[in-house]
Design a protein around this ligand. Structure first.
Ligand SMILES: Cc1cc2nc3c(=O)[nH]c(=O)nc-3n(C[C@H](O)[C@H](O)[C@H](O)COP(=O)(O)O)c2cc1C
Length: 197
């Protein structure tokens, strides 16, 4: 992942820890929990992988018709959370989410191995299926049928972009004296404050 285009202060802090996690080769260093809420304000969370991070936002790839996709279509407020045990750091980012451009999504999709692209085409993510075996069979049939075809990004898949509005960096301290720094975006400026642990 390339973090070159990051310049805003709190994003630089996030970048700093992501780079540390990456350079220390932490398992799934770019994993983040994304929480959405449904139309009845019931929250749900799941882990996804951060695929791109720029001044424009944080990007992950998924199925737009999944449970999270349905939640997002009703409510653009999301919360994401990173935690790296080895770095003793937790980061919470609250913000709004929207679909990334088709071009950005295609760029990522086209970089994926063919097997992953076929899975994206056949998987109706979050829908009930008869059995895991029946899904495997659907994948097998599609792999055969698409053998000689170019596999392009289906409409129901793509990247989401999260634009941060609040960023909290939590650093573990001795005797629970954790350091918590909160950045809030107000009139296009990041305002910094400190929170009690
Ligand atoms: C380490 C890890 C990484 C994952 N990465 C992704 C991802 O990048 N995109 C995705 O759609 N699902 C990813 N998943 C699966 C999601 O956690 C989740 O099961 C799936 O997206 C369906 O979520 P939903 O039903 O809430 O929409 C990942 C799961 C794990 C454990």
């Amino acid at each position: 992942m390339n973090f070159d285009s990051i310049s805003q202060e709190p994003l630089l802090e996030v970048k700093f820890f992501l780079e540390q996690a990456r350079d220390q080769k932490l398992q799934d260093w770019n994993g983040m929990t994304v929480s959405t809420v449904d139309e009845k304000q019931r929250p749900s969370s799941r882990v996804v992988l951060l695929k791109k991070f720029t001044d424009d936002g944080l990007f992950f790839y998924t199925n737009y018709e999944s449970k999270k996709g349905k939640d997002i279509s009703k409510n653009k407020n999301v919360s994401i959370n990173f935690w790296w045990r080895e770095l003793q750091v937790q980061i919470r980012i609250n913000g709004s989410i929207s679909e990334a451009s088709r071009l950005e999504s295609e760029e990522y999709f086209n970089s994926r191995p063919k097997g992953s692209r076929i899975s994206a085409i056949v998987s109706k993510q979050s829908e009930e299926i008869e059995s895991f075996e029946s899904f495997q069979k659907t994948v097998q049939d599609a792999t055969e049928a698409l053998k000689d075809q170019k596999i392009t990004l289906p409409d129901h898949c793509g990247m989401y972009k999260i634009i941060p509005e609040q960023i909290e960096i939590w650093k573990e301290g001795e005797f629970r004296r954790h350091e918590r720094t909160l950045f809030k975006l107000e009139s296009k400026k990041w305002i910094k404050s400190y929170l009690s642990p």
